[in-house]
Design a protein around this ligand. Structure first.
Ligand SMILES: [Zn+2]
Length: 477
């Protein structure tokens, strides 16, 4: 069999951060009593007319601007027809052509550390369906329409991702960006950010895509990674056996770690899209577009200027900008230890490579900014050497240990003899300072204690070191 490579595209649904639904004034609260946040519009009563939620429109356009999409100043809603008990209208109100945003891109870091641009196909507005709850004990199904009509954007990428590492990295970066913009609250456990994965294999170098499977509704980064790895394996095995991959919709069973078929191409819906006659075209005015542009976070060039003004080299600043949330983490660490270059160098040498290896964002790590700041300070004070950190860092990182506490803990010198050895060394290599102390300049003691701390790589207990030093210098020991 010729060597094959995976090709992956994503369709992400993000619930927009609005108080009310897309076409009515019902609340979007999660966890309310079933069927309490409903009205004649979101339950699809005959004759009820939808009204567009302006804030949802703004958030969708804002997401597009932040992702470099073209925002269409006029777009249309269409009816996407299918029948399911949780869809009271008998259609979903979505956008086919034109959608509110077209194109766009997001840069990610690949497994090898290179930068890669992932292109977006489109972003469109649509409303969510309700929920079916199957009560197996009682043998009945219940319908809760609280979620029906909740505003979503669907973000569709081009099929440009080449494995679980890239797909998960992309989703994390997108999630972080949209949450920071306030476009979505992004609570994945509540389904506010979920994704469908299209995945196929093709011969390496070929431009023709293979038959794809579509894994539906994944709502955790971990499941996305697992589902993709499983599906690549499953499709590869089929090709190896000379069997065909079928075009089907798949469900990922997270307990078993496997995908299973929900329906085949033959059973696929024909949605019979047509323009939604009850809604006027969606319009984005010049004024709105300008205002939204003004609300976007600082562009990368401006952030880079700020980092350089803090003393970082431009290439260092760019490294932080390339990694998801790295600038925010860096800023947070500076709040605990305001030495930008020192904090950066610990991030660059130890912290970011560890995050990259685990494919997690800085804030997902147990090693928070405060701990990193403490490590940077210990290194700058000469208490912890690079070699020692190389030895200890993976433990600090995976267990989220506080370096300061760790050092004060088990590594401490218990033996007075060993400590005295260090003190004698320090005193003999600093005769001038030692003389000054003996002549009554008591302040110099803290300088000498510092040297003992450094010499012991922080393993000495400062109070003990100070007492023994005094004793030694005054001839008591
Ligand atoms: Zn309603």
């Amino acid at each position: 069999m010729e060597p094959m490579e995976p090709v992956i595209g994503l369709e992400i649904h993000a619930q927009l951060n609005t108080r009310t639904k897309l076409f009515c004034s019902c609340a979007t609260d999660f966890g309310a009593q079933p069927n309490t946040n409903i009205c004649e519009i979101c339950t699809g009563q005959p004759g009820a007319l939808p009204r567009m939620n302006k804030r949802a429109l703004e958030l969708a356009a804002k997401a597009g601007l932040a992702l470099g999409s073209h925002v269409n100043q006029v777009s249309l809603f269409s009816r996407k027809n299918y029948f399911y008990p949780d869809l009271p209208n008998g259609f979903q109100t979505s956008q086919l052509d034109p959608p509110i945003c077209q194109g766009g891109e997001l840069a990610i870091t690949t497994a090898s550390g290179a930068q890669k641009i992932v292109h977006l196909n489109r972003i469109h507005l649509e409303d969510d369906a309700g929920k079916c709850i199957h009560d197996e004990k009682r043998g009945i199904s219940l319908i809760d329409l609280n979620r029906a009509g909740t505003p979503l954007i669907e973000i569709v990428t081009e099929p440009e991702l080449s494995g679980s590492f890239e797909a998960v990295g992309f989703l994390k970066k997108l999630h972080s960006l949209l949450v920071r913009l306030g476009v979505t609250k992004g609570r994945m456990e509540e389904g506010e950010f979920r994704c469908d994965v299209n995945i196929s294999l093709k011969p390496v170098g070929s431009a023709v895509l293979g038959v794809r499977g579509e894994i539906k509704n994944l709502n955790s980064f971990k499941f996305v990674g697992q589902a993709i790895d499983y599906e690549i394996q499953r499709q590869t095995a089929l090709y190896e056996r000379g069997q065909k991959v079928l075009q089907e919709t798949l469900h990922f069973d997270s307990a078993k770690g496997q995908t299973r078929s929900l329906r085949s191409k033959e059973e696929a819906h024909d949605y019979r899209y047509f323009p939604q006659p009850d809604l006027p075209p969606v319009q984005v005015s010049d004024e709105l577009l300008e205002r939204l542009k003004g609300e976007l976070p600082d562009p990368p060039e401006k952030i880079l200027d700020r980092l350089v003004s803090l003393g970082l080299r431009p290439e260092n600043g760019r490294l932080l900008l390339e990694r998801t949330d790295a600038v925010e983490y860096f800023d947070r660490a500076l709040g605990f230890y305001n030495e930008p270059v020192k904090v950066f160098s610990v991030m660059e040498e130890f912290f970011l490579p560890a995050c990259h290896k685990e494919n997690i964002g800085p804030f997902e790590s147990l090693f928070g900014p405060e701990k990193l700041a403490s490590l940077a300070k210990l290194m700058a004070d000469g208490i912890l050497g690079r070699r020692k950190v190389q030895e200890l860092f993976s433990d600090f990182f995976t267990k989220g240990l506080d370096p300061q506490k760790e050092l004060a803990g088990h590594a401490q010198i218990k033996d007075d003899g060993e400590l005295m050895g260090i003190i004698k060394e320090v005193v003999s290599s600093h005769p001038k300072e030692s003389e000054k102390y003996k002549k009554g300049e008591k302040k110099i003691l803290s300088f000498l204690v510092g040297l003992v701390m450094k010499q012991s790589q922080g393993r000495a207990e400062p109070k003990k070191a100070s007492e023994l030093l005094k004793d030694y210098l005054t001839g008591k020991a």
